[in-house]
Design a protein around this ligand. Sequence first.
Ligand SMILES: *Cc1c(COP(=O)(O)O)cnc(C)c1O
Length: 231
Amino acid sequence: MTEIQANLQRVRERIARAAERAGRRAQDVLLVGVSKTVDVERIRQAIAAGIPALGENRVQEARGKVDEIGRPVPWHLVGHLQTNKARDAVELFDVIHSLDRLELARELDKRAHARGRTVSTLAEVNVGGETSKGGVAPDGLGRLLEAVAGLTHVKVRGLMAIPPEAKDPEDARAWFRALRQLGEKHGLPELSMGMSGDFEVAIEEGATLVRVGTAIFGARPPQPQTGAEGR
Ligand SMILES: *Cc1c(COP(=O)(O)O)cnc(C)c1O
């Protein structure tokens, strides 16, 4: 068994146990394997091991990988998206987790329309109100959703959040719960929340997509900060 196979199996078991604790079904949680900085060979191993979806945080990096690997599984964009990359994003990704402003929604709508498709998105919410992070403020979410509802080729399926960094995964629980409550308030069923350090807590709080990198692919090399897309 490869290291990635073993890691994936462990993550799957942890997802199943967390779902069980919450009285949920494991198949209602989509595991998005976050493959940023991971090379094509290891991504292929994850696909062979049965990873159901892949997540990237940079359009350009994803383009190279999609060109090489194709789309045996859906690709998700989990990182910040610059408006001038909306066209590429529509071409590359099945789901965009980082819709956080109307200007971006309008551009995605235009580009999706031109390609004759509808783009599925999640609205990213800055639950912790951190200035260093993207995402719409919780009290601006209603306005954004209303405006996006008027667009024909962009659909918001749910919400996404990256809560403030914490040592203890339990510290994230209140943020996850806040996101779920926002989802309920706005009738949005999908919740993208939880990473390697806290996906079990996220599942207990209702996550329907978890974004897991390190626990599957191992530690990443330190990343230089390169501006808007560098988070
Ligand atoms: C890198 C990243 C992840 C995965 O983080 P891990 O801690 O390695 O699981 C999840 N979500 C986003 C938005 C990321 O950028």
